[in-house]
Design a protein around this ligand. Structure first.
Ligand code: SAM
Length: 223
């Protein structure tokens, strides 16, 4: 067996372990979400990280001081969007592209915004090479959303914000859901906002910890 085959087999076993040990016991039940986690090769989004760490129950550094979120956190946020396959989704915080790749299996079209150009370009190149054809990336301040392609059936913010950026509420379609970690700089609450009859219904899905969302409607850039 070649090394590539061995790696593929081990990675596939690790994905099954991730699903059965980290996701299902904690309440991830949507079969489409579980299937996406079984299919998407998470280790390819974190080159240079050993295989077991790539599938570990924790965030992993991706360079530029950023992280790919813990698998469970990616799963719970994805499940909250309740995607059926026909949706247009906006992600804020492309990072490694793993969350966008999961979304690309579950929605019709994914738009994703990243403020760090080096990360966005690396991920865009990876998507082109790997054939993710329904994902479009741009470099910019995602707290402003992506108005040209709005409205979105789902919006997912993968960095922690002091509050919900108003442009994202405006760009949410009727019946759409917005998932966002909001609160302090060190810990946040995972909020799910739903637009029903033009009004917003909000629920709290529990505590979480994310790197900061930096931008006009997020935290100020202190670098
Ligand atoms: N979703 C990513 C993945 O699957 O790898 C992980 C995202 S990481 C936890 C958060 C990302 O949000 C970082 O890459 C960071 O640069 C980005 N970010 C922070 N503020 C942003 C903003 N205003 N607009 C777009 N991206 C932002």
């Amino acid at each position: 067996m070649t090394q590539t085959h061995e790696t593929d087999n081990e990675a596939s076993l690790l994905r099954e372990w991730m699903v059965s040990r980290q996701l299902e016991p904690r309440g991830i039940t949507d079969p489409r979400v579980l299937s996406a986690f079984r299919d998407v090769p998470r280790h390819e989004f974190v080159p240079g990280v050993d295989l077991r760490s790539a599938y570990g129950d924790h965030p992993v550094p991706i360079g530029e001081g950023q992280t790919i979120s813990q698998p469970y956190m990616v799963a719970v946020m994805t499940q909250c969007l309740k995607l059926t396959g026909t949706e247009k989704v906006l992600e804020i915080g492309t990072g490694s592209g793993y969350q966008a790749a999961i979304l690309s299996r579950l929605a019709e079209k994914v738009y994703t915004v990243e403020r760090i150009a080096a990360l966005a370009h690396r991920t865009e190149e990876f998507f082109q090479r790997s054939g993710y054809t329904n994902v479009t990336i741009k470099v910019g301040d995602g707290t402003l959303g992506w108005p040209e392609s709005a409205p979105y059936d789902g919006i997912i913010v993968t960095a922690g914000s002091p509050a919900v950026p108003p442009p994202l509420i405006e760009q949410l379609a009727e019946g759409g859901r917005l998932v966002i970690p909001a609160g302090g700089g060190y810990s946040q609450r995972l909020l799910v906002l739903e637009k029903v009859g033009g009004k917003i219904i909000q629920r709290d899905e529990g505590g979480c910890v994310f790197v900061p969302l930096i931008g006009e409607h997020g935290w100020k850039d202190r670098s």
